[in-house]
Design a protein around this ligand. Structure first.
Ligand SMILES: C[S@@+](CC[C@H](N)C(=O)[O-])C[C@H]1O[C@@H](n2cnc3c(N)ncnc32)[C@H](O)[C@@H]1O
Length: 242
């Protein structure tokens, strides 16, 4: 691969808020006295480090995370692949590079604010830049009601979309849709920092053998510790029996 696509900044609004609050706390630490000064200093550091962490994820971390996830699939090269909630095509392009004759479809509603420059055209532009445009398609659609027939795909992947669905019914519906469009013998790989236990349960209910595997040792623990154990990144990998 020569040139790399641009996969944007995730949750740019949150990054901007963390930076603004971090600087506000840094200024406050110069004004307030005694114990409050250290509290404001600590909070400023925590918020600014959070912003740096999110930027690092957007520019470096998610490219490595993508490869760790895609390594869990035993690729042949001729698969028809679906990327659910593809954004600017992070997993779409990762999968396309692993194919020789197969194709990848990226589906999304391209919600504003989820990723900077979140548009279908950004996926196609990234495909052109990375020289895989012959293998990539985009389709506007809701992950809770996929515009495909049952058993269409040999591989279904998704990165950080599950947590965007706000209630259990929606998440169950997304997982049921992933299972529905998966061919017998097909593989599924989903990654998220929330609700991955639900995904395993819902996949099993939908007839897919699934398990949850911690993301890389360092990335898992850094994120878990920094987020007081609330956010833990797991890969959910599964296979529909033949
Ligand atoms: C955090 S972004 C991740 C994008 C991409 N998978 C990546 O890793 O860069 C979450 C994506 O899910 C999409 N999304 C959220 N809810 C959706 C829904 N109900 N149907 C389709 N896409 C959805 C958003 O538009 C956004 O592109």
């Amino acid at each position: 691969m020569n040139k790399k696509g641009n996969y944007g900044i995730d949750s740019p609004g949150i990054v901007a808020t963390l930076v603004a609050l971090g600087f506000a706390m840094a200024v406050a630490s110069r004004i307030v006295h005694s114990g409050w000064r250290w509290f404001a200093c600590g909070l400023a550091g925590y918020l600014l480090l959070g912003a740096v962490g999110m930027l690092f994820y957007s520019k470096v971390g998610k490219l490595a995370l993508r490869e760790r996830l895609l390594d869990k699939i035993p690729w042949r090269g001729d698969e028809k692949v679906l990327d659910m909630g593809c954004g600017r095509g992070l997993l779409t392009m990762g999968a396309a590079h692993r194919l020789s004759s197969g194709t990848v479809v990226g589906v999304d509603l391209w919600k504003r604010g989820a990723v900077s420059g979140n548009r279908g055209e950004s996926v196609l532009e990234n495909a052109r830049v990375e020289g895989v445009d012959g293998r990539v398609e985009v389709r506007e659609g809701d992950v809770r009601a996929l515009p495909f027939g049952g058993g269409t795909f040999e591989v279904v992947v998704s990165n950080f979309v599950v947590h965007e669905l706000k209630n259990r019914a929606d998440r169950r519906q997304m997982v049921a849709e992933a299972a529905r469009v998966l061919k017998p013998g097909g593989h599924i790989a989903i990654v998220d920092f929330m609700f991955t236990d639900e995904c395993v349960e819902d996949l099993r209910i939908a007839g897919v053998q699934a398990e949850r595997i911690r993301d890389g040792f360092l990335s898992f623990w850094i994120s878990a510790i920094f987020n007081f154990g609330l956010l833990k990144t797991y890969h959910v990998v599964g296979r529909r029996p033949v």
